[in-house]
Write a protein that binds this ligand. Structure first.
Ligand SMILES: O=P(O)(O)OC[C@H]1O[C@H](OP(=O)(O)OP(=O)(O)O)[C@H](O)[C@@H]1O
Ligand code: HPA
Ligand SMILES: [Mg+2]
Length: 167
């Protein structure tokens, strides 16, 4: 297990923003399938890819949805990525016509593992950091490597002090 560089900045994503960005991803992906029929299936990388994958599958009217589970982080510390659960390989095959969706790519190590399972899949993420960009076929927003993205499922509304009065 290796400690990662400290994250100077935070990028906080609301549910509303995530919905908008996932829909933008779907918009970009429509008509990009390998043939006229479009995409055969969506595979969500759990857990972070599940909400974006649901939104993309809804927008592109894809009913065949499966998951691959790759665990690579424990809070903000990275460990060796491990596949905990594979998709149905009879359905996804080598990945041709399959859309793999994740919330973000950071170092790209998760997607490296996923690519080995489905070499011909199209990999899409909502957000991307520069190190992982080469692993992604389509993404919406790039943030710098020293930014930690906070997703709505990891946050809660809370009181903040006004600027004045904080000394
Ligand atoms: O490009 P990488 O450096 O591999 O990092 C990106 C991956 O890390 C996070 O998942 P995580 O393994 O923390 O699991 P989770 O989706 O269940 O939160 C995130 O959702 C991506 O899947
Ligand atoms: O910036 C991030 N935010 C949330 N989860 C992550 N997993 C890797 N990088 C990140
Ligand atoms: Mg994840």
């Amino acid at each position: 297990m290796t400690d990662r560089l400290p994250h100077e900045k935070g990028f906080h994503v609301s549910w509303d923003q995530l919905h908008r960005d996932a829909r933008a991803l779907a918009w970009r992906l429509q008509g990009e399938g390998p043939d006229e029929g479009g995409w055969r299936a969506v595979v969500a990388i759990t857990r972070g890819g599940m909400a974006p994958a649901m939104i993309v599958a809804r927008e592109l009217d894809i009913r065949m949805v499966d998951t691959i589970s790759v665990k690579s982080y424990n809070h903000q510390t990275q460990a060796e990525p491990k596949v905990i659960k594979s998709p149905d390989m009879d359905v996804v095959g080598d990945g041709t016509g399959v859309l793999v969706v994740d919330d973000l790519v950071d170092t790209g190590r998760t997607l490296e593992v996923v690519r080995k399972h489905m070499p011909k899949a199209h990999i899409a993420t909502v957000y991307a950091k520069p190190m992982g960009r080469p692993q992604v076929n389509t993404f919406i927003t790039e943030v710098s490597q020293d930014t930690w993205i906070f997703f709505p499922w990891d946050m809660a509304l809370q009181y903040v002090e006004p600027y004045r009065g904080k000394d």
